[in-house]
Write a protein that binds this ligand. Sequence first.
Ligand SMILES: NC(=O)c1ccc[n+]([C@@H]2O[C@H](COP(=O)([O-])OP(=O)(O)OC[C@H]3O[C@@H](n4cnc5c(N)ncnc54)[C@H](OP(=O)(O)O)[C@@H]3O)[C@@H](O)[C@H]2O)c1
Length: 262
Amino acid sequence: MSKLTALITGASSGIGYELAKIHAQNHYNLVLVARSSDKLANVKKELEYQYPVSVQILALDISVAVNIQKLTDFTDSQSIRIDHLINNAGIGVYGKYWETSVEDHLKLIQLNVNALVALTHHYSKKMVAHGSGKILNVASTAAFMPGPFMSTYFASKAFVLSFGEAVDSELSDTEVSLTTLCPGPTKTGFEAAASGMKESGLFTKSKVATAKDVALDGYDAMMKGNPVIVSGLINKLNVFSIRFSPRSWVIAITKSIMKPVN
Ligand SMILES: NC(=O)c1ccc[n+]([C@@H]2O[C@H](COP(=O)([O-])OP(=O)(O)OC[C@H]3O[C@@H](n4cnc5c(N)ncnc54)[C@H](OP(=O)(O)O)[C@@H]3O)[C@@H](O)[C@H]2O)c1
């Protein structure tokens, strides 16, 4: 059985589940985190049946600070060395900012930003001390522009990208790397979880990737130690063109894509 272990947040579905599967195929033991214990139990059963790996599951809401502590206490107390940290769990809130619940926006920031920052800190310190390790933080192509109708989501992903590039640069003289994965629209449970988002042009007008393809792109880039990976050719072209476009145009175009279809 493998001696290397990957910790993956948001591993019960979508991109996180596919990243868990790729790691199992490559014989990594797994620590998987999400809120739904039944879904996690199914993933554990499936992966342990198919691959020679051990899968530990923790049903925790990591938007709550005390649960982040529970997670790090668990791996520390069990002396589980985390070789790959995948900060994938993330949520969106869709709608005009002032018409949506501020509690939902604050929860989004707790999960998309605070949990990712806290876990990156805890495990990067251990990885540097140990002399090896890889971190994959899941941002989005949303990181490259402001996003009307998903203001805090786009801003949280801009944070994840900027934070990741900076920390990866600080890590350059160590054996540890941090890769930021930027997927475009991807077929997962994400748009259903961000109520109303399904009705936006983002998913009806854009080319939607599979979670498996996105996960493979992220895994490959992380293994190579690349700082940033934008998944998919069209997304790469879009992100490239944003660099040369006036900010006001970018916001206007994003608004027209993000607005409710009806
Ligand atoms: N789908 C897209 O179009 C897209 C595009 C760009 C970037 N992304 C990013 O990709 C990442 C994965 O999303 P996905 O598309 O795969 O969506 P998903 O299928 O909805 O997966 C989200 C995962 O996060 C978990 N999660 C949600 N809230 C949590 C919490 N408070 N504590 C712990 N786990 C929590 C969910 O499990 P439970 O519900 O069981 O907790 C689930 O496993 C996110 O960071 C998202 O922002 C997605």
